[in-house]
Ligand binder design. Structure first.
Ligand code: HMG
Ligand code: MG
Length: 291
């Protein structure tokens, strides 16, 4: 029996949050509805952050209201604080994610807080979600490299991972936000994090700036991880991570996993259609850009 490896589709959030063009809600809904037919268990479709910080995600409630929810699919949203959590609940997100960083520079630039302050903000979100029976995922950005602070110590990632686990995150996604991680750095980081969190509670989230994301996924597979975040069409980046290119493309990850003999449960033809739709949503001036 081939071993199951899950791709967590983050394109409608991590992909579209970085597009210069303000994409009409109907186009986002059409992309999510197509993705819902591909076989994903989880799709990140919304982000309840400040619309002043990320105007691209301001219509998140409308997206969640407009999609046709497929049975068995969890539609996820980012929630940086209680205000975001309340908006996500009102919009009936199936699960939420708190998102911190392993480097102080990125934490400050992305969510206007030190790492410690951010964890204090996440605690009530995790508490409320537990009371409401809403699953909470945790993200850690800059697990190997930070655009502001440079190389990140594996111990810093492990420390934040332990805190997110203690808060009740059911899974912690490890983000190579700017896609600069080498396989050696990813391996060293995982070695430290696995001292705090077991592999079945971890996910890999690799941006593909330097073209190493698939190699890094293989390193993480070797360390026992079985969930990887990806975005159809390789869209995206982070507005607060200068130089960050898109997430590794879902279609590339699905093909590599199939080559390695893993089962993803996904329809490659639906994913290819969604990738074409996602690429067509990019502003023409973005073509050929790497950031
Ligand atoms: P702040 O300015 O420190 O927040 O921002 P504040 O609490 O002082 O509030 C300021 C204003 O924002 C107030 O409005 C609040 O009501 C409003 P005003 O009184 O000025 O009119 N506000 C909100 N509005 C809507 N929803 C909310 C919300 N919170 C406050 N939830 C904050 C702090 C966290 C809000 C801000 O920094 C922010 O929104 N940052 C988000 C940045 C972001 O979305 N980055 C991209 C996602 S992370 C990522 O992509 C990485 C990842 O993919 C993994 C990886 O690749 O590494 C996950
Ligand atoms: Mg990301």
């Amino acid at each position: 029996m081939p071993e199951f490896v899950e791709i967590f589709e983050v394109g409608p959030r991590d992909g579209l949050q970085n597009e210069k063009r303000l994409i009409p809600t109907a186009e986002k809904v059409a992309l999510v509805d197509l993705l819902s037919r591909a076989g994903f268990r989880r799709i990140e479709v919304a982000s309840f952050v400040s619309p002043k910080w990320v105007p691209q995600m301001a219509d998140s409630a409308e997206v969640l209201a407009g999609i046709a929810r497929a049975p068995g699919v969890s539609y996820a949203a980012l929630t940086p604080n209680m205000k975001g959590y309340e908006r996500a609940r009102a919009a009936r997100a199936d699960e939420v994610a708190i998102f911190g960083a392993a480097s102080e520079g990125f934490s400050r630039a992305n969510i206007n807080a030190s790492i410690e302050e951010s964890l204090a903000r996440f605690a009530p979100v995790a508490e409320a979600a537990r009371a409401d029976g809403v699953p909470v995922r945790g993200y850690i950005s800059c697990v190997t490299d930070c655009p502001y602070d440079g190389a990140v110590a594996p111990a810093s990632v492990a420390r934040v991972a332990a805190r997110l686990r203690a808060m009740g995150c059911y899974e912690i996604s490890l983000g190579d936000t700017i896609g600069q991680g080498t396989p050696e750095a990813v391996d060293a980081m995982l070695s430290a994090v696995l001292g705090e969190v077991p592999p079945d509670m971890l996910a890999g989230h690799f941006h593909d700036t330097a073209g190493r994301a698939l190699d890094n996924i293989e390193v993480a597979l070797g360390r026992g991880l079985r969930v990887f975040d990806a975005a159809v069409g390789g869209l995206g980046g982070c507005p607060y991570a200068p130089g960050a290119a898109g997430n590794v493309a879902t279609e590339a990850v699905a093909r590599r996993l199939a080559d390695l003999g893993h089962e993803t449960g996904l329809s490659l033809s639906v994913i290819e259609q969604a990738a074409a739709m996602a690429r067509a949503m990019r502003a023409p001036r973005d073509e050929g850009e790497t950031g």
